[in-house]
Design a protein around this ligand. Structure first.
Ligand code: ATP
Length: 455
């Protein structure tokens, strides 16, 4: 039986697409499978029985010796490096093989072809950087307020201080962080984002600091945390105001000491990252309310950029809307849409609690629904339309009209909008408004609402 198992093992090793080479405790090659022959361009019969050093040029001996010695002494249990051979890339891993009593049996070398993996990773990185470039090209900076913010982000890119970016949801905080990173000497390093609000409390530390194999159930391998992944680049702590107090203390320590200790690990890792944090909270209020640590607040708030809401920079609404219309028309393969005067008016008077993101979604919907080249009020989402009715009422009040006149004014507009929405079908419009056909007909006459006059 034992013989059978050995021969099964042998067949498996022969069939493997990974190159397998095994060195005994004296570094003499005893196994070299066909894949290893192909990858290393050697014949097994010629190298079996020879020392691993006889296969490599003298300049590499020290490096190989150091690696094997570290494996034998137990300082490391495995090591790997990428080599380039025959126009392909291989990941060469070295693993110590020991008997149950700890005796060193030998070194297992596995060569895995990672050419495709490497190509995909590079393609992915280049796509990400192109996407980021595209995003930056689409930035609309029209109002003085937006210009001030973007200028600040570009010039602060040059210095390495921690920056806190605040603003309501959807105002463009993430775009500001990208600008900071792209204009910093760290631009070729990674920009790693952590959404502090989306992390369950029990995962925050392992996500941020990483863990070593065996640190907890399920930790089947070493995993780097976001701090280590961001080394040489920028770590973006999004929604930092939502970080629980216990994790705030740990984050503070890392920011002070600039090193992290992975969960279950014995040693600390030095980190070289620039920290940029963002939040839609008013952090000074959270500090006053005991929800955010004051010391962490001061650590993060070294430089503060506040991104104003869209309603405070209304000059940006039209250029942003037109840019989104252009973008979504192209994406949906439709002729480029533009705003009608009426739709633009509604946008210009809207409060935009969801800021630029709300405008973006409204334009995406409008492009999807519109049939002509002009975006009409009916193509806008209901929340924008209902708010515009309120706005009309506010304008009417500001105009100082008597109540009767104001009600007439409002009624005319409201019926005109309903007629348009119902394609001028009187029965449908009357039903929609909850009045009789006769009453609708009288109002149409009174307000002179023929098809052509309804705009
Ligand atoms: N100046 C701008 N020009 C063009 N598009 C912008 C601009 N600012 C923001 N956007 C777009 O608006 C959307 C929301 O922006 P972003 O995600 O940066 O906001 P945020 O403040 O980080 O939002 P949240 O607080 O919800 O995370 C994104 O699609 C972004 O590309």
């Amino acid at each position: 039986m034992a013989k059978e198992v050995t021969s099964i093992y042998q067949s498996i090793v022969e069939e493997m697409t990974e190159g397998v080479v095994f060195l005994d405790a004296d570094d003499v090659i005893c196994i070299c499978n066909p894949a290893a022959e192909r990858i290393r361009r050697v014949k097994a019969e010629r190298i079996i029985g020879r020392s691993i050093y006889s296969l490599h040029p003298g300049r590499m001996h020290d490096r190989i010796r150091q690696l094997i010695e570290s494996l034998k002494s137990g300082r490391i249990s495995s090591g790997s490096r990428i080599i380039h051979a025959q126009k392909r890339f291989f990941s060469n891993s070295y693993t110590a093989i020991k008997a149950p009593d700890g005796t060193y049996l030998g070194t297992l070398l596995i060569s895995r072809d990672v050419t495709e993996e490497k190509r995909l990773r590079e393609e992915n990185e280049s796509l990400r950087s192109r996407q980021s470039d595209e995003k930056m090209k689409c930035l609309v900076v029209h109002s003085d307020a937006a210009l001030r913010v973007m200028d600040m982000a570009v010039s602060l890119g040059q210095i390495d201080s921690t920056v806190l970016v605040t603003g309501e949801n959807g105002t463009g905080k993430e775009c500001v962080v990208e600008l900071l990173h792209q204009n910093s000497p760290r631009r070729n390093g990674p920009l790693v984002k952590v959404n502090c609000a989306a992390l369950p409390d029990n995962l925050i530390e392992s996500e941020l600091f990483g863990f070593v194999k065996g640190a907890f159930t399920g930790a089947t391998e070493n995993r780097k945390g976001k701090f280590e992944l961001a080394n040489g680049g920028t770590l973006f702590l999004d929604e930092v105001g939502d970080l629980p107090l216990a994790s705030q203390a740990k984050l503070l320590r890392v920011l002070q000491e600039r090193k992290v200790q992975p969960l279950g690990g014995k040693s600390e890792v030095l980190i070289d990252v620039r920290i940029v944090a963002a939040t839609n909270h008013i952090l000074s209020d959270d500090v006053a309310g005991g929800k955010f640590r004051e010391d962490l607040f001061y650590r993060l708030n070294v430089i503060h950029i506040d991104v104003p809401p869209l309603r405070e920079r209304r000059e940006d609404i039209e250029p942003l809307a037109e840019m989104f219309l252009d973008k979504f028309s192209t994406q949906m393969n439709k002729p480029v849409r533009h705003l009608s005067t009426e739709a633009l008016n509604i946008l210009l008077h809207h409060h935009f609690p969801g800021n630029i993101r709300q405008l973006e979604h409204a334009m995406e919907r409008a492009v999807a629904l519109s049939s002509g080249e002009l975006i009409l009020p009916d193509d806008l989402p209901q929340d924008l339309l209902s708010a515009s009715v309120v706005t009309t009422a506010q304008h009417t009040i500001q105009g100082g009209l008597a109540l009767k006149e104001a009600v007439d004014f409002f009624e005319r507009d409201y019926i005109a909008a309903a007629l348009k929405q119902c394609d001028y079908k009187k029965s449908k419009t009357a039903e929609h408004l909850g009045i009789s056909r006769k009453s609708l007909w009288e109002k149409i006459q009174r307000y002179n609402l023929t098809d052509a006059s309804v705009t």
